[in-house]
Design a protein around this ligand. Structure first.
Ligand code: GRG
Length: 293
């Protein structure tokens, strides 16, 4: 498998679908649609939509059937980044290699661009086809749960409240599971649901997504202290400055790397029942472990 070609083909498919689903930059009121598009097309990796499509692929489902759900999760992810960067949260000037939304459009429009991306995620998801095992209501509930106050928002609350405090490894795991792993696991689940996964297949892929999501965040913590701002496209060294608990801060760099390794192996083990069909997800797990940005 030529992984970089695979990734770039998928990125293009996701970008074309997002372009189709989002109102054009000329749609009134122009400012909000320009701001939504500015952040969506600022150059994100598209990890969540691509793993959603890959999960469908592993179950021999159609990519087209998973595209609305894939775009919905990317809209939610981008909203969370816009809001996370606001002065009242992490206060960052730089994201995806560009000035953050509030730096370009002002705080008011940045808040609204985040709100509008969160909302449009559900409009886009509602365009998907239901499957014999998964109704529209179940698909929409999956997304709402992952974005809500017991997952993504819960992680952000615990992260905000944990700043400058001594937190335990269990607290750190709670933050990472909710702030990062929940949306990643849900992206995989949505792809699997679009391919009408059996309950057993969905369980295996959920396990994969949870371990992959945690590994992704441990690696993100490591990159924050080992890479430059230019390479990351976002401010490096921020966690340290904000006195945030991270895996390298809690365990040291070497143990944090071992933990990322262990979680990736655990994720890969959950793919065993899919045999050779799991190749795209296995390749993604390996790529994420070795990534440098
Ligand atoms: C504001 C409700 C709310 C939540 C914010 C996503 C988030 C929670 C905070 C952003 C900061 C952060 C370190 C989040 C953890 C998840 C993460 C590593 C996001 C970055 O994901 P990438 O690397 O980003 O996939 P791109 O830009 O490539 O899409």
């Amino acid at each position: 498998m030529n992984f970089s070609r695979y990734w770039s083909v998928r990125q293009k498919q996701v970008d074309a679908a997002l372009d189709h689903f989002l109102p054009s930059a000329n749609t009134r009121p122009k400012t909000i649609h320009q701001a939504m598009r500015y952040s969506i097309f600022a150059g994100g990796k598209r990890l969540r939509p691509i793993i959603c499509l890959a999960a469908a692929e592993v179950l021999r489902g159609k990519i087209d059937a998973a595209l609305p759900q894939a775009c919905a999760v990317e809209c939610i992810h981008t909203y969370s980044l816009i809001h996370d960067d606001l002065p009242c949260m992490d206060n960052d000037d730089f994201r995806r290699g560009k000035p953050t939304s509030h730096k370009v459009y002002g705080e008011g429009i940045a808040v609204l661009a985040g709100d509008a991306l969160l909302t449009i995620a559900f409009e886009i998801a509602a365009r998907c086809k239901s499957q014999p095992r998964y109704s529209h209501a179940e698909i929409v509930r999956e997304i709402a749960t992952a974005a809500g106050s017991q997952a993504l928002v819960a992680g952000q609350v615990a992260d905000l409240e944990g700043e400058g405090k001594k937190i335990t490894p269990a607290d750190l795991r709670y933050i990472h599971e909710n702030k990062t792993a929940a949306l990643i696991a849900s992206s995989i689940r949505l792809g699997a649901m679009s391919a009408n996964a059996t309950p057993k297949q969905l369980k295996q892929l959920t396990e994969f997504g949870q371990s992959l999501g945690l590994a992704f965040q441990v690696i993100d913590d490591i990159l924050d202290v080992t890479q430059t701002t230019e390479k990351l496209g976002k401010s490096a060294g921020k966690d340290l400055k904000a006195q945030k608990a991270t895996y390298p801060a809690l365990l040291g760099l070497e143990k944090a790397r071992e933990e990322a390794d262990r979680l990736t192996r655990k994720a890969r083990a959950a793919l065993k029942p899919f045999g050779k069909d799991a190749a795209p997800l296995e390749a993604i797990a390996d790529f994420l472990l070795k990534r440098e940005s």
